[in-house]
Design a protein around this ligand. Structure first.
Ligand SMILES: *Cc1c(COP(=O)(O)O)cnc(C)c1O
Length: 405
């Protein structure tokens, strides 16, 4: 077990300690859910006020030509280094779900001889739901969902695209980016990654891996705010070869020519659909500024030392950990199994330790090195041990289910 003194010593030597001040977190709360909704960066509220009062209120429609219309590309270029892409290979707008749909249908239409989307059973629900929807839109297409250890065998001459979530939302297990990209491509398929649980959490290099397509969420580790627009990556070699099935006016070569026929824009612009969500983008842009100064090696090292503290606490509490112990095989959260995981999570929240529950039996705790200290995580671990040891979770108040768990 880590001691409080040891945790404090780790904090004194922490090169990322200064980032905590860039976030506005409530007093008395230990926030271990930044993998689901990132904390609020202090720069966001003034940026939102500026977007509303000056850009919208004073500049009115003139703002479209004063930075709004280029926001999807500008924010894409800021996210690009976080996934190892070139600035012109990433665009921001729409939700992760919408980007998944566009990318999957485009991948299915690339080669009429390949009709199958392959994905993993237990993948994040929206990935599988959207894949179901995508195959419904392409004649003859089908979805093959198999267990992780059957994925390699499921790839064949009919596979159009392999859709994998890089870091699993529940267990935090991580796929090897280069290895699985190479497997999909060796079968002649495209590789589509979902980085929702890995961007801002682990190093990603799509260029080195040779990935084809990727999507990802910005309201988790990137702290863009609730419902902040997601990103889409299309490797340069596919940008003009693939077609966006949701052919909206913002993806048109000349949206303000107001023509009847659709003519796709060159590059990533064709992957846009409608008017970009400017207020969500203003929040995201302010949040992304933090990443300019983040050293990913320091981030992953701290994620590992935070993990070790909670893993030891979980062990002391007798909770089975479902997250890999090898840091290179996981993301930046830790999950424990408990038959009454919902109640345990609620008991923790009542004590000011915010994590979440994932059905049917997982307690999930996010480790965000930018705003959690080793002492914070040590204190959270102590609460976890106490809730289990005293069975405080048995209080019937903790059994009432909320809509969002
Ligand atoms: C969070 C998450 C999403 C979210 O999709 P939205 O369309 O933004 O709701 C998608 N995929 C994965 C793997 C996620 O973790």
């Amino acid at each position: 077990m880590t001691t409080l003194d040891h945790a404090r010593a780790l904090d004194r030597a922490d090169p990322l300690a200064g980032f905590r001040d860039r976030f506005a977190l409530p007093e008395g709360i230990l926030y271990l859910d930044g993998n689901s909704l990132g904390a609020l960066p202090r720069a966001v509220a003034p940026a939102l006020a500026d977007a509303a009062q000056r850009q919208w209120g004073e500049r009115l429609i003139r703002s479209w030509n004063e930075g709004w219309i280029d926001a999807p590309q500008r924010l894409g270029a800021r996210i690009a280094p976080l996934i190892g892409a070139a600035p012109h290979e990433v665009i921001v707008g729409d939700t992760t779900s919408a980007h998944l749909f566009k990318a999957l249908v485009a991948a299915l239409r690339r080669d009429p001889a390949r009709r199958t989307i392959v994905s993993e059973a237990g993948n994040f629900p929206t990935d599988l739901h959207v894949a179901e929807g995508a195959v419904g839109c392409v004649p003859g297409a089908r979805l093959k969902v198999v267990a992780r250890d059957e994925l390699a065998g499921a790839l064949d001459a009919d596979t159009a695209v392999l859709l994998l979530t890089h870091v699993h939302y529940k267990t935090a297990e991580r796929f090897d980016l280069a290895e699985w990209t190479a497997r999909a491509q060796a079968a002649g398929a495209l590789m589509l990654w979902d980085f929702s649980h890995s961007v801002g959490a682990v190093p990603i290099d799509v260029t080195a891996a040779g990935a084809d397509l990727a999507v990802g969420c910005t309201y988790k580790y990137l702290n863009g705010g609730p419902g902040a627009p997601a990103f889409l990556y299309v490797a340069e070699r596919w940008q003009d070869a693939l077609a966006n099935p949701v052919s909206g006016w913002m993806g048109h070569a000349e949206p303000f020519a107001f023509q009847d026929g659709y003519r796709p824009a060159a590059g990533m612009k064709r992957w846009l659909v409608g008017t970009p969500p400017i207020l969500g983008m203003a929040s995201l842009e302010a949040a992304l500024a933090i990443w300019d100064a983040v050293d990913m090696a320091a981030l992953t090292a701290k994620s590992a030392s935070l993990f070790a503290i909670l893993a030891a606490a979980g062990d002391a509490a007798g909770l089975p950990c479902v997250t890999p112990v090898d840091p290179t095989q996981r993301g930046s959260h830790i999950s424990f199994r408990h038959p009454c995981a919902y109640e345990v999570t609620q008991a923790l929240i009542a004590r000011g330790v915010i994590g979440d529950f994932r059905a049917p039996d997982v307690i999930r705790l996010g480790l965000t090195p930018l705003y959690l200290s080793h002492e914070d995580v040590w204190r959270a671990g102590e609460q976890l041990r106490e809730v289990i040891a005293t069975e405080a979770w048995r209080d019937p108040a903790f059994a009432t289910r909320n809509a969002v768990t």
